[in-house]
Design a protein around this ligand. Sequence first.
Ligand code: HEM
Length: 491
Amino acid sequence: MFDIETLARFQFAMTTVFHFFFVPFSIGMSLVVAILEGCYVKTGDEKWKLQAKFWGKIMLLSFAVGVVTGIIQEFQFGMNWSDYSRFVGDIFGAPLAVEALLAFFMESTFLGLWMFTWDKMSKGVHWLFICLVTVGSMLSALWILIANAFMQHPAKEGVIYKMVDGHPQLKSFGALIANTQAWYEYAHVIAAAIIMGGMLLAGMSAWQLLRKNEVDFFKKSMRIGFIILTIGTLLSLGSGDLQMRALMNDDDQPMKFAAMEGDYEDVGQPLNNGEKFSDYENSKDNAQWTAIGFFNEKEHKKVWGIEIPYVLSVLSYHKPTGAVQGMNTVNKKLVEKYGEDNYYPMVTALFWNFRIMAAAGMLFLLVGVLGILGTGKKFTFMFEKKFWLYVTGLTLFVPFIANTAGWLITELGRQPWAVYGLIKTRDAISPNVSSASLLISNVVYFLLFATLGGIMIQLVRKVLHQGPSALFEKKEETSVDPFEKEAFSHE
Ligand code: HEM
């Protein structure tokens, strides 16, 4: 019914999407807690301590579930993608080992120390623990993204790798780390984590304010959330722009770029014969941007679209002129370079996911800026108007959607390659995995993820509903002496 490649890809996508619900959640929340505890260290005000302890509880939940999903993610390589693992083993071994040995250990050790040493260490040392958890989780993301960046942009042979017996072998660890793609991705993913942290704080607080639960506490959290959200959003727009413009170059992934913009044909006339990227960049034509579009992927055609002049030139080159290569031109170049194949990715998916991600960025900016203005001394509408509390509460779910859209673009846009220019996805699958086993493991994973997700939501809701005072106020000691009547009191 389903072919092996589709099932294996579906499973990888499902696992990645689910795992990536928790990655920015944990990084973002640990940063939030580090900021809140930093305020406590600086001011000595117990209110900040309560903030750090309370949001720290939600951070711990995300770490617990996130780690489980990460392990399942790694299983995939051995189970479904063993040819791929053999192919890139010499390259991936180093960054993934550093991730596990250094970053993950750092993160988990200091997380444990942070959890168990409240009031047992000096304030400064305790704060250092959570800072190291944040640094550790960010380093962990860096090593994974260095590996992912190699798949997106392995660069020319001789820089990062050399081919030995048909396999890439690591030539320079320094060049692997210096891959610009890794740093663009890293900046964008960390920005996404900061957005997630800020939005979780603001959004969860908004729901509690609607319930009139511990109003003063959640007003404080909500304002901090808006500030963090705005900073993260500005970073994500800047880093997204860098990524976008890097993709366009012929030695990167111009096909992904053209698909994200839904352009089959060149937009504007290139100079000379358009062989070089600079022929497009220096063209005096202006390129129109397709705001909304529908496509016939089989016939490689845009069926209908709303086009706005100049915008694509401005987005691509930050100037009103400049042409952009369409997918048909890029496909011709790829056929010449790599041989006959279908190099078109899933255009509709890329086009719309890009718009969802970018629109989410605009929404975060709006909510963040209004949030900062509307929770200050002069205006307080964000706290008081139910409409804005609902807007903030519902925007809480949008980072999950934006992150999923982002990864779909990154990974679907690279197809048909598993490692760009080196190995195709269809050649990367385990030779003896069957569709039956894939179907079963897909169902099992789906059920597992749904259960884990459900448990996570319930636990977070429970913590939020209990609120900080109930969770951390000292409970009166009840006697457990069976001869005392209090031992049987249920009041
Ligand atoms: C206008 C704003 C944005 C632009 C121009 C933009 C641009 C991009 C581009 C071009 C990619 C693909 C990179 C590649 O394959 O090399 C990407 C991926 C991604 N985006 Fe965005 N993005 C924007 C906003 C956001 C927002 C607001 C979020 C999340 C809150 C987000 C999350 C992601 C994620 C998680 C990925 C996958 C990881 C990566 O490749 O960096 N993006 N973005």
